[in-house]
Design a protein around this ligand. Structure first.
Ligand code: GTP
Length: 242
């Protein structure tokens, strides 16, 4: 039996409501369980929009987005959120304790599960350093934690739900290179069977992906591994050198 978490985009085109020009045109790719697919491209290329089609923040205008072979438009939201966790570009923490925030997708999670997720997300140290630990309060919008801490707490929150598919939208951008590398090593070990789709700006974040999609103006202009793209893609070379 196929492992769960296979993602497939088939000739997907998408335009925002009211906008004339499509933001995504003829997008096709497959991400298998155990694989990491990275998406890179200049600002406005459509990377976040692409990720948003899987949890159905929006639906494709044409083509199909499939999860384990079933169009997401035929799945109900609960089925999707059970299998897919997205860490958005501007991750949101609500006012409440760190524990509340981490349990958002799985209210019954044990403290041990929370600490495991925090450890993978490289956030255990700073939570431990707080006098109240998991009971420390986050202010509205998470303004009393740094951008990098917020990213790591939101990554931990996604880990707690143990999804089949992880969507990381530039989730590592506020981390220093060493923390980024440690986090992704831990993540890889923890999510070995999961499908990971990651939008990244930094080459070090995406270089070890099984497949990199180079997005430009809503189209996949090149695809391959880091080494292949360095050889074949002038767009990729420009991004790498910028
Ligand atoms: P960065 O996050 O800056 O790296 O860009 P991106 O590659 O993730 O592009 P994104 O998918 O965010 O945006 C692609 C295009 O869609 C841009 O021209 C945006 O202005 C536009 N866009 C994004 N969100 C919306 C929206 O909610 N409504 C409308 N009408 N347009 C949007």
């Amino acid at each position: 039996a196929a492992r769960a978490g296979r993602v497939e985009f088939r000739n997907v085109t998408f335009a925002y409501p009211g906008a004339e020009a499509p933001v995504l045109s003829d997008i096709s790719f497959t991400a298998e369980p155990g694989q990491t697919v990275a998406i890179i491209g200049s600002t406005g290329a459509g990377k976040s929009s692409l990720l948003g089609l899987l949890p159905r923040l929006y639906d494709a205008a044409s083509g199909e987005v499939l999860l384990d072979g079933v169009p997401v438009t035929r799945l109900d939201r609960a089925e999707i959120t059970q299998r897919v966790a997205m860490v958005p570009q501007r991750p949101y923490l609500f006012s409440g304790t760190i524990g509340h925030n981490l349990r958002f997708g799985k209210p019954e999670a044990t403290e041990q599960e929370l600490w495991e997720a925090l450890t993978v997300a490289q956030a255990a140290d700073f939570v431990q350093d707080k006098a109240a630990g998991l009971d420390s309060r986050i202010s509205q919008g998470g303004t009393n934690v740094s951008g990098g801490q917020r990213q790591r707490l939101c990554i931990a929150r996604a880990l707690v739900t143990e999804p089949k598919v992880y969507l990381f939208d530039d989730s590592f951008s506020a981390l220093d290179v060493a923390t980024d590398a440690r986090l992704r090593r831990a993540l890889k070990a923890k999510t070995a069977d999961a499908t990971v789709i990651i939008v990244g700006q930094r080459v070090s974040t995406i270089a070890d992906a099984d497949q990199i999609l180079v997005l430009d103006k809503g189209r996949i202009v090149d695809r391959g591994t880091h080494e292949e793209l360095l050889e074949s893609s002038s767009t990729y070379q420009e991004i790498v050198e910028s």
